[in-house]
Design a protein around this ligand. Structure first.
Ligand SMILES: C[S@@+](CC[C@H](N)C(=O)[O-])C[C@H]1O[C@@H](n2cnc3c(N)ncnc32)[C@H](O)[C@@H]1O
Length: 215
């Protein structure tokens, strides 16, 4: 079995285990009839949440292999290959958009604008983000292991998190691939407000969870 497939299967097992402390899924709003999982991987979250059959569920990701695997697990989710930087959906297409640990790998200002665009008025968003501790612990691990390339990349992600905190801007990884990575802080609250969201709530007690509503 490939590493990627084993990873996706392990994530599905976590998503399906209510008592696993790593499991963190959004509560589905009862009135949401059109749901988007942005950066869905193989669709583990939507599969585990199991929205009612009258709910239109879409998962989008850049990873074609993950999407193809997800399509072998369920026919209840429409899998779409695409980027959070340019969502291939019409304005106001969804009542609820959630994203588990995918925005830290995107250009956040653009992705937040896209989420806002595809949400219906009063639509809700739920985001699981990366706090600074994750990036700095990965940097420390790379330094301890003497992995220079990984340490350089994690230094970039750490600097990008600091930049986003203070300016709301992000830099693309300069070595190519169009990659982004950063961490987030509570300053994401004014960033969401600037992007047109209201009722922004951040919970960092165990995981870094952001909830908001399209104003
Ligand atoms: C850490 S994984 C999380 C996957 C899934 N949300 C989960 O909870 O298991 C991050 C995901 O974000 C996806 N991703 C990264 N950048 C993306 C982009 N610009 N647009 C869409 N998906 C992206 C990756 O392909 C990957 O599947």
């Amino acid at each position: 079995m490939s590493d990627a497939r084993a990873y996706h299967e392990a994530e599905l097992a976590i998503a399906r285990s209510p008592n696993d402390p790593r499991r963190m899924l959004p509560p589905l709003p009862a009135d949401a009839k059109r749901i988007l999982d942005l950066g869905c991987g193989a669709g583990q979250s939507l599969i585990a949440l199991g929205p009612p059959p009258n709910v239109f569920s879409v998962g989008i990701d850049l990873d074609r292999d993950g999407l193809a695997l997800g399509a072998t697990w369920t026919s209840d989710v429409r899998f779409v290959c695409g980027s959070g930087d340019s969502l291939p959906f019409a304005d106001k297409s969804f009542d609820f958009v959630f994203s588990r640990v995918a925005l830290p790998y995107m250009h956040l200002p653009t992705a937040l604008g896209e989420i806002h665009r595809v949400l219906a008025p009063n639509g809700r968003v739920w985001l699981l983000l990366h706090g600074p501790r994750i990036v700095f612990s990965q940097l420390a691990a790379a330094l301890r292991a003497g992995h220079a390339r990984s340490a350089i990349f994690q230094s970039y992600a750490a600097l990008n998190g600091v930049l986003y905190h203070f300016t709301g801007r992000l830099l693309r990884w300069p070595a190519g691939g169009g990659r982004y990575e950063s961490f987030q802080t509570r300053r994401v609250i004014p960033r969401l407000r600037q992007a047109g969201f209201a009722d922004v709530q951040v919970d960092t007690a165990h995981h870094f969870v952001v909830r908001a509503r399209k104003a």
